[in-house]
Design a protein around this ligand. Sequence first.
Ligand SMILES: [Zn+2]
Length: 203
Amino acid sequence: MNNTSYHQYLSEQIDDCLRGCGDAWEDSVNNHLNSVSEKLKSTFEDIIDLQQDFRLYQDSRRSLQNLNDFSTVIDFMEQLRITRGQQLLNEKAGIIAKQISKFKTDEEEIVFEGGDETLGLICPLTSRIPETPVISVKCKHVYEKNAILNYIRHGSGGGQVSCPVAGCGQFITAKDIREDEHISKAVLEAKKKDRAEEYQKLK
Ligand SMILES: [Zn+2]
């Protein structure tokens, strides 16, 4: 086996790993195994990093004359990594988003988990029923407007973050955040119910 076909073989092995991990991740999401899917998501991301690293390595080798000096190859890889930084990040986010789009969406179940309608209305960032409720159009999760917009703006994803609801993982941007009439009504109802319960306790 020569170098090129060996590299080809390694690339295919990595692709297989990514597919296998993606399938396992999908299964764990569909079966609501939240802690398993968190781990598989992180492994999925690691494999993408490995895939990108290997491509940087191959491209560096192709660009260099003297391949005997390994540290030159490594230096060249690091330069490529910097030049392509944004492109690599976008590519990674794209692969993850594509994978997530394969997952079954059972919206009612995701929004109103646990049978209590109020639970699905609690903002994952403030842990309270929002004053100004908004939803993400991608996954229909509910948040406090200011909290989620700040989270997106100041997050490390450059305007794109993964939904803060545990086990969701959907990538969202400020453009995906909307007010929703149905949710606003549900929030009003939940607050009325809360107040009524508090009033009962006082009596
Ligand atoms: Zn979500």
